[in-house]
Design a protein around this ligand. Structure first.
Ligand code: MLT
Length: 251
């Protein structure tokens, strides 16, 4: 299987780390999987020119180079999707396929940018735990909150251990990200678009419309899941992803 299928590269959302993909990493054991933490998540020096989607995308390419990997099927959730759009812009030859989960191509609105500024101040003043408390109500869907409270707790723990400078850097990178709308019609690789039916951050209607702009893209809506669909309904998302991988041609 690893001879014929490109590796799977999983890129996490905000404010999360690679653990967000644990259910996928445990399922796709026959595939070669990579799930890095984006720069700054575990501390370290900030990039010389500041955090940006370009920095994250170039880091992914450097990681693929180290592993001798020419192309990967790239799966990104939300901010992970923003990074993949930048990867497509800069290094399209490294992308064999795309899985866009709970993300969007539009840049931040002026209100969105003001919200990022406010969150940066919260992060610097009160730390990572305060950020996640503000975001949690929208990060997971109402069904997960009611029926799977252990997952809400897992997200809280995951987010609270992130390093503040990296969090602030990610907020800045998201704030400054460009409009990726014009890229959608240019995508020429097999693409799966996944969205939780209860996603309030990147709602299903917008994701369905995004899928329609990508040639041949498949769209899957995940029932009873919010913004973190692959974590909230892993069995559903894993099946959809596996079906997609087995059907698609990554030549
Ligand atoms: C994420 O899940 O990565 C964030 O919700 C993205 C965003 O804030 O735009």
């Amino acid at each position: 299987m690893t001879e014929t299928y490109p590796p799977l590269l999983f890129v996490h959302g905000f404010p999360l780390d690679h653990e967000q993909w644990r259910p996928q990493l445990e399922h796709f054991t026959a595939w070669h999987c990579l799930a890095p933490d984006l720069r700054g998540v575990r501390g370290g020096d900030p990039p010389a020119a500041g955090y940006s989607m370009g920095v994250y995308a170039d880091d992914l390419v450097a990681m693929l180079d180290v592993g001798g990997i020419r192309r990967a099927v790239c799966c990104g959730l939300s901010m992970g999707g923003y990074v993949l759009f930048e990867l497509m812009r800069r290094h399209p030859e490294r992308v064999a396929g795309l899985v866009l989960s709970d993300t969007k191509s539009e840049p931040d609105t002026p209100e969105g940018k003001a919200g990022r500024d406010a969150l940066m101040q919260v992060a610097e003043r009160e730390g990572a735990a305060a950020i996640v408390e503000r975001l949690l109500p929208k990060l997971v869907g109402p069904t997960t909150r009611a029926r799977r409270p252990h997952l809400v707790e897992a997200v809280r723990v995951m987010a609270a251990r992130l390093e503040v400078p990296g969090l602030v850097g990610a907020l800045r990178a998201m704030r400054e990200r460009p409009d990726s709308g014009p890229l959608l019609e240019q995508v020429r690789v097999p693409t799966l678009v996944v969205c939780g039916s209860e996603d309030e951050i990147t709602p299903a209607a917008g994701m369905r419309a995004m899928a329609q702009r990508i040639r041949g893209a498949e769209y899957v809506e995940v029932p009873e899941a919010g913004h973190l669909a692959p974590l909230e309904r892993p069995e559903f998302v894993n099946r959809a992803l596996e079906d997609f991988l087995l059907r698609a041609s990554f030549r």
